[in-house]
Design a protein around this ligand. Structure first.
Ligand SMILES: *Cc1c(COP(=O)(O)O)cnc(C)c1O
Length: 290
């Protein structure tokens, strides 16, 4: 955990901490480590597990699962969105890493990829690739929640109290759901355009009849959509990195801090508030030369 103080936080009278989950592991970074922990622990080597999952050509989740699979000697299969990435000339650094870790990559059209939640499609993929388990996109399953809760426990053990808010970037909403399941208040910043759907997805992930925190979802900081960025976002990231020595990336954590700083500047938080921004990692996807 790192305290972050600058002209913006001082003017707002707010205490900001960054939970440095980007430092958890060199390749299974941030929230992917949290989300995969109990899922991977649940595997029994006697069953010869073989995992199949989904992701885009820059996916932090594919990257993390490929690395974890290699470390645990569990074979992994990645279903990649976009057939064009099958061409060696289009191979991204993320996909190259996955391949080098031994992940078997299969490229599908966007149309096929869209069926990734369809049980019949999953069954077909599972038998085609002899997978024992399908891990949904982003590693978001109910087993992700206890792993994410541990970051809340660590934070509060270190601070000695519960902060008013946890701020986190959201893709599938699994991380936000995990923090909510610890009973904390969450500010979630959608990395995707039209992120309103996340509210329902997060709700569906939460175990029923438990005392969960409340969610505030911000959907206007996507910068044009998932994987998109703007000159303002890149300028913000550069300034933040220079001031605080904490690297961000343009897909998730940059948008989180961009949004959070916008709220701070608008006087959204009462003076005296304590905020913890969760650095969910993902630096493998940082724009080269950012
Ligand atoms: C995957 C990812 C997210 C999104 O997490 P969800 O649990 O899917 O909402 C946020 N930040 C980083 C760095 C990620 O890699």
């Amino acid at each position: 955990m790192q305290a972050v103080s600058d002209a913006v936080t001082e003017r707002a009278g707010v205490q900001l901490f960054v939970k440095r989950d980007d430092l958890l592991h060199p390749t299974v970074s941030g929230n992917k480590w949290r989300k995969l922990k109990y899922l991977l622990q649940s595997l029994d080597p006697a069953d010869s597990p073989r995992l199949l999952t989904f992701g885009g050509a820059h996916s932090n989740h594919l990257y993390a699962l490929a690395a974890a699979g290699a470390a645990l000697q569990v074979p992994t299969v990645g279903i990649v969105r976009g057939e064009e990435y099958a061409h060696p000339a289009r191979e991204t650094s993320t996909l190259r890493f996955c391949r080098e870790q031994g992940m078997e990559l299969h490229f599908v059209s966007r149309e096929h990829y869209r069926q990734r939640h369809d049980p019949a499609y999953l069954q077909q993929l599972q038998s085609t690739f002899r997978a024992t388990l399908v891990v949904p996109e982003g590693g978001t399953t109910s087993l992700a929640l206890p792993g994410v809760r541990e970051l809340v426990q660590e934070t509060e053990a270190q601070l000695g109290y519960r902060p008013i808010y946890y701020a986190v970037a959201a893709g599938t909403g699994g991380t936000a759901a995990g923090i909510l399941s610890a009973g904390a208040q969450v500010l979630a910043f959608s990395a995707l355009k039209g992120g309103h759907f996340l509210e329902k997805e997060i709700e569906e992930l939460l175990p029923p009849e438990t005392c969960v925190g409340t969610l505030q979802l911000f959907t206007e900081y996507h910068q044009g959509g998932y994987g998109r960025h703007s000159p303002q976002l890149l300028a913000f990231i550069q300034k933040f990195e220079q001031e605080h020595g904490i690297l961000l990336e343009q897909v998730y954590t940059g948008k989180l801090f961009f949004g959070l700083y916008d709220l701070l500047q608008k006087g959204y938080f009462p003076a005296g508030s304590t905020l913890v921004a969760v650095h969910t990692g993902g630096l493998q996807g940082r724009l080269p030369g950012l």
